[in-house]
Write a protein that binds this ligand. Structure first.
Ligand code: SF4
Length: 389
């Protein structure tokens, strides 16, 4: 994360301009934002810094005996003795109680265009106040944010930002949404849930970008406060999940279904990493599953892989593979299929499923034209799935 410590130290106006450019927000430098940065910097000088931990008793666990608990937040269902760290590196039992070690101590705080999540059918061209803590419950070999997701909070720089402060900042800086993102938000569940509850009462919507590895009970509780979600569907075989991410495909599919059933605006991202998950038969099966189980109006993003972390030996995804996948998805009658990480590609834009006209023209994270009016195609009146106002 280029500017993950935005709030940690006092920065000059010039430095902030540089950070904004790096993060690709394209936001004008606002005196208000400068003000927030300076105030937060002062606060974090008092509380926060490298290895700063803030604990809160965890939800969704049971006592096995005086010395042992079982966590039921995610499908790993870790059984842990006092002092042992969960697989996610962010939870630990102490004296017979289970604790989150990442409550209100984010390591990444940014203002992003919502298109960066990516959410393409959710308040286009709006901004999302985005937060993440250290830790993750998967071990993806191509993780883009491994510098924070694959570390415990003791090894990252964290600032103290309690739920109410997150919401106040989002309101003050006119962000329509708060995004729980970058690492796996499920592992900072209590922080996310408390923030989401306050946001709801302040007219701010909640979105999250998740790997979908969350058990049904916590997913159901969270869904009450979520407005939008982008779920990574990393591949369509358990073999891929086991080998590349140490995850469970079934849980991810169940989370997608559950959120959709709870009327959360769900979009799906599939990062295509040749030669690991670019088998077109498997991609076709995934598209059929999406069509049959959650509906063909569910936006699907095929994203381009760039060599990183433990998969630096592989090449970037050829654009023609992404195009082939998109064609397959469209043949399977999915209505909104996108190509990600290829700025300027026609697959970045939204087209009306009825008349084929371009509705939202995008280049990268920028929206250049929007022809969705009151949730309908301006040209033929067809309803377009999403949250538009
Ligand atoms: S959230 Fe963490 S501690 Fe709990 S089951 Fe998942 S990996 Fe284990």
């Amino acid at each position: 994360m280029m500017n993950k410590n935005l709030f940690r130290k006092r920065i000059s106006r010039r430095e902030f301009c540089r950070l904004c450019a790096l993060s690709g927000t394209g936001l004008a430098i606002s005196p208000l934002l400068m003000d927030l940065l300076e105030k937060s910097a002062q606060a974090s000088e008092e509380k926060g810094g490298k290895g700063f931990i803030n604990i809160k008793e965890a939800m969704f666990y049971e006592k096995v005996d005086n010395n042992t608990i079982q966590c039921h937040l995610c499908p790993r269902n870790c059984i842990l003795k006092n002092g042992m760290r969960g697989f996610c590196r962010a939870r630990e039992p102490r004296n017979g109680k289970h604790y989150s070690l990442v409550y209100a101590n984010p390591t990444a705080v940014h203002i992003d265009p919502i298109e960066k999540k990516p959410l393409f059918h959710f308040l286009p061209a709006s901004t999302a106040f985005s937060i993440a803590t250290a830790g993750c419950n998967l071990r993806c070999k191509y993780c883009q944010n491994w510098q924070i997701s694959q570390l415990p909070p003791e090894e990252t720089s964290n600032q103290y930002l309690p739920p109410r402060a997150v919401v106040e900042a989002a309101v003050k800086y006119k962000c329509s949404t708060i995004a729980y993102t970058y690492t796996e938000p499920s592992i900072f569940y209590e922080y996310m849930l408390d923030t989401a509850k306050i946001a709801k009462t302040s007219g701010i919507k909640n979105i999250y970008h998740s790997n979908g590895s969350l058990n049904p009970n916590p997913a159901e509780e969270l869904a009450q406060y979520l407005d939008g979600a982008n779920i990574d569907l990393k591949g369509f075989s358990q073999e891929f999940y086991s080998k590349i991410s140490q995850g469970y495909l079934d849980t991810v599919l169940n989370t997608i279904k559950l959120l959709k059933k709870k009327s959360v605006q769900v979009e799906i991202t599939n990062l295509i990493v040749p030669p690991l998950n670019d088998d077109m038969k498997s991609i076709r099966k995934m598209c059929q599953w999406i069509r049959d189980e959650v509906g063909r109006d569910t936006p699907l993003h095929f994203s381009r892989f760039s060599p990183t972390y433990k998969l630096k030996n592989l090449s970037p995804t050829p654009v023609k593979i992404l195009e082939e996948a998109r064609k397959i998805a469209m043949r399977e009658r999915l209505q909104y299929v996108y190509i990600g990480n290829v700025p300027g590609h026609e697959g970045e834009s939204t087209y009306c499923p009825r008349d084929g006209k371009m509705l939202i023209r995008r280049i990268g994270y920028k929206v250049l034209e929007n022809n969705v009016v009151k949730g309908k195609c301006k040209f033929c009146g067809t309803e377009i799935a999403g949250v538009w106002h």
